[in-house]
Design a protein around this ligand. Structure first.
Ligand code: PAF
Length: 272
C-alpha cells in the first residue's frame, strides 16, 4: 500500500490512477469502514482511503482530543484489505487552498445533530468538498449510519454539479445490534451493553409502530423508557421520513427512528 503524505505526491499520483473510488475516514477503522472499502474495491480497483481527523467538524476541543486514533491498526486493516492508496494529509494541505465550490448547507442541516452540534456539518462539508476538489473521485463511499451527513453531502454535490457519484453503504452491527463506530473504542463493556439495549428497544419500537399501524407517532414514552434503561442524556429521538426529510407522523411512511444519546461521555447516533 502506498501511503501519501505530501500534496505534491498526491498530484503526481492522481492523474495516473483515475478513476478513483474514494473512502474518506477519520481513522479508528472498524467493520463499518471495511464494508465501504470492500464495496469500493468491487466498483474499481483504485480505492483511495483518507485518514484525517478534521478539527473543523468537532464542536468541542475535548471531543477532538479524545476522538479514538489508532494509526498502526488502521494500516494493518487497510493492508489486509489490499487497499492500494492511503492519503494522510496535513492540515495545511487541506485547508490552505481557495476552493472553487461554495459550501451548500441544505436546511436539513439545522435538524437532528445540527441542532446539538453547531458548526459540525459546515465542518464536514468543508473538508469533504476540499477532498473532492483535490481528488476528483468518480465514486465517494459513505455509510448510512450517518444518514444526515450522507444526505447533506449528496445535496452539496448536486447543488455544485460535482462529477462524483455517492455510493451509500448499509450500517454494520455486532451481534448485540450495536452499530460499529469509531466512538465505540471509548466505550467500556457495560456501556456497550447499555447502548445495545437502547438500540434493540428502538428497533422493536419501529416494528411496533408498523405492526400496530400507529396513525399518530408519539415518542415521549420512548424517551422515558430510554432514561429508565440507564441513559443519562438524550439529544434527540425522532422519526424522520426518508423521502421528504420531514417528521414522520404515520406508520405507512418510509421512516427511520433517529437517535443521539450519551453513554457516559460518549455520544452515539443511529437510525433504522
Ligand atoms: O464520517 C466521517 O468519518 C467524517 O465525517 C468524514 C466524512 C470522513 C469527514 O471528515
Amino acid at each position: 500500500m502506498k501511503i501519501i503524505r505530501q500534496k505534491k505526491d498526491l498530484y503526481k499520483l492522481i492523474n495516473r490512477i483515475n478513476p478513483i473510488s474514494f473512502i474518506p475516514t477519520m481513522g479508528g477503522l472498524h467493520k463499518g469502514h471495511e464494508i465501504l472499502i470492500k464495496k469500493a474495491k468491487k466498483k474499481n480497483k483504485n480505492a483511495l482511503v483518507s485518514i484525517f481527523v478534521n478539527p473543523k467538524q468537532f464542536n468541542s476541543k475535548n471531543d477532538f482530543k479524545t476522538y479514538p486514533r489508532n494509526f498502526n491498526n488502521d494500516v494493518k486493516i487497510l493492508k489486509n484489505l489490499r487497499v492500494k492508496y492511503l492519503y494522510c494529509p496535513k492540515y495545511k494541505d487541506i485547508f490552505s487552498f481557495k476552493t472553487r465550490n461554495k459550501i451548500y448547507l441544505h436546511s436539513f442541516s439545522k435538524r437532528l445533530c445540527g441542532k446539538y452540534r453547531p458548526g459540525h456539518f459546515k465542518g464536514v462539508l468543508n473538508v469533504v468538498n476540499r477532498f473532492l476538489e483535490l481528488l476528483k473521485p468518480k465514486y465517494l463511499f459513505l455509510g448510512k449510519k450517518d444518514f444526515q451527513q450522507l444526505t447533506l453531502i449528496k445535496q452539496h454535490i448536486k447543488k455544485n454539479k460535482i462529477n462524483t457519484t455517492v455510493v451509500s453503504c448499509k450500517t454494520v452491527r455486532d451481534q448485540s445490534s450495536l452499530p460499529f463506530s469509531t466512538r465505540n473504542f471509548n466505550l467500556k463493556k457495560h456501556d456497550k451493553i447499555l447502548a445495545s439495549k437502547v438500540f434493540k428497544f428502538l428497533k422493536k419500537e419501529k416494528a411496533y409502530i408498523k405492526s400496530k399501524k400507529i396513525k399518530k407517532i408519539n415518542l415521549s414514552n420512548v424517551k422515558k423508557k430510554i432514561l429508565n434503561i440507564g441513559v443519562k442524556k438524550i439529544d434527540y429521538i425522532e422519526v424522520i421520513n426518508l423521502d421528504n426529510l420531514n417528521k414522520a407522523k404515520k406508520y405507512s411512511e418510509n421512516f427511520n427512528i433517529f437517535s443521539a444519546f450519551y453513554v457516559g461521555k460518549v455520544r452515539l447516533i443511529d437510525n433504522f
